[in-house]
Design a protein around this ligand. Structure first.
Ligand code: G6P
Length: 469
């Protein structure tokens, strides 16, 4: 799909480049790979609120990257406090982890204001601005107040909080009003759009249902809320999956792990990912099943994350302690039932693990979408392997042919892991993986990004008369 969007402005917490030991490199993740070509074409500006300024010195690029200069205590209260100590746990249903502090809310408002100021400065008259995620949810309304001429899109990449959870957020109505400053609000799946509708009901904000979308009248304009499921760089993962060097590395991994069945989990070390619960389910399987004790290995890639937030530091210790206990109980000189890697893997390394894995165990307790599930499927050159996926991940609404499991059901999780690890492959397994591959191919991240932008422009042009109900 073509979009007009000259000089598109993107606003996000993360920048498209990061500084590593080996210099400035492209940030990982499908979102960045989808947005970079759009930015190159539109010669726009990428505004990043949480980025390192030097990593954003990209003078050789055909677009600008602007890292906002924010005092470190404001940045920390916004990132570790309001965003990841309040909004993240609230949206993922971890009420007991939430902390609401006034100074963190003030910092959140300040960062959103700074981002809106920068977007107002760089956007062309009548231009398009696309704001991303829960760290910056007030930007759409703040920007609208500064620049009513703009077309504004907003994407919330995590679950929309249940209305009971939202009730405890002291600035819930500011949050919703902030989001409603956009012309088009994207959420991953219809279930989150329904949760958004509940929030509107709760706050007494009038809307119109339009199929599965919602239209909220806002004076002379309206805000449309819709489900736009994101995907991955399908061609990129598929070509890694066909690469001979990657395949040779996968064979080496399988041999190094003893030639038995390989289960793979890849997560940021986040309590919402259910890593400890998965390890405990695997431990129960080893207790109960002698074949699993001899032949099944779980590889857990755990990317360190948000370690300035106490809940994340504690989680890492619990993960390491659980792996140590399992190793102590079931390991031996030639046998290590769980391998934990606590570091970032690049996509080539990951692809080798995806190929080596007989099953991907994607069992978050709650997840906006979960792209590991998509990457595992996209990398496989043949429709083999199994995907075990939580019903509580957004991906379960899209990847319906996966083996689905309720991650809170302890015995259910153990027996689901047992099935995907040890049951002989059947024609139905192959048919399921083939269907998943077809589904994942339809949902590439490039299609998602260009489709959302095209829809954003269409939404601002449609002048459907809307009557509030
Ligand atoms: C989720 C969020 C993103 C965030 C990413 C990594 O996917 O939706 O907005 O960037 O996690 O988290 P971090 O705190 O490291 O940016």
């Amino acid at each position: 799909m073509k979009t007009r969007s000259p000089r598109l402005v993107i606003v996000s917490a993360r920048a498209p480049f990061v500084r590593t030991g080996s210099g400035i490199v492209r940030a990982p993740g499908g979102l960045i790979s989808a947005l970079l070509p759009l930015m190159r074409r539109s010669r726009g500006t990428w505004i990043a609120t949480g980025a390192d300024r030097e990593a954003c010195d990209t003078s050789e690029l055909p677009f600008r990257v602007r890292a906002l200069a924010l005092p470190s205590e404001i940045r920390s209260a916004w990132y570790a406090g309001a965003s990841n100590g309040a909004l993240w746990p609230l949206s993922h249903g971890f009420g007991e982890v939430c902390r609401f502090r006034a100074e963190q809310a003030r910092a959140y408002f300040e960062v959103c204001r700074a981002a809106a100021d920068a977007a107002a400065e760089y956007a062309l008259p009548g231009g398009v601005v696309w704001v991303h995620d829960y760290q910056l949810a007030l930007v759409p309304a703040l920007l609208r107040a500064r620049r009513p001429d703009l077309t504004i899109g907003f994407f919330w990449h995590i679950p929309w909080p249940a209305s009971d959870s939202l009730r405890v957020l002291p600035w819930a109505s500011e949050l919703i009003e902030g989001v409603l400053g956009a012309d088009l609000v994207g959420l991953h799946v219809p279930r989150y759009v329904r949760a958004f509708r509940d929030a509107l009901d709760e706050l007494g904000i009038a809307y119109v249902n339009d199929g599965e979308s919602i239209v909220v009248p806002r004076g002379a304009r309206h805000t449309r809320i819709e489900a736009w499921p994101i995907g991955v760089d399908v061609d990129g993962w598929a070509s890694l999956g066909r690469d001979e060097t990657v395949a040779a590395e996968a064979a080496r991994i399988t041999a190094d792990l003893g030639g038995g069945r390989v289960l793979l989990s890849v997560d940021r070390m986040d309590y919402a990912k259910g890593i400890v619960e998965r390890l405990e389910a695997f431990e129960r399987l080893l207790e109960q099943n002698a074949e699993a004790r001899e032949r099944v290995t779980l590889v857990q890639i755990g990317v360190p994350s948000r370690e300035t937030v106490p809940a994340y530091r504690e989680l890492r210790q619990r993960i390491e302690a659980t792996v140590g206990r399992i190793q102590g109980r079931f390991g031996g000189p030639r046998r290590k039932p769980v391998h934990l890697f606590a570091r970032t893997f690049d996509s080539t390394e990951l692809a080798a693990y995806y190929l080596a894995a007989d099953a991907a165990i994607v069992t978050p307790k709650r997840d906006g979408m979960n792209l590991v599930a998509f990457e595992y499927v996209a990398t496989r050159p043949r429709p083999n392997g199994r995907l075990l996926l939580s019903t509580t991940a957004g991906a379960a609404d899209v990847l319906t042919e996966a083996h689905l499991v309720n991650p809170y059901d302890e015995e259910g999780l153990t027996s689901a892991i047992e099935d995907v690890a040890l049951a002989p492959e059947t024609a139905s397994d192959i048919a399921r993986m083939a269907a998943l591959q077809a589904r994942v191919s339809q949902l590439s991240v490039e299609t998602w990004a260009s489709g959302f932008l095209a829809r954003l422009e269409q939404v601002t042009e449609e002048r459907v008369p809307v009557r509030a109900q």
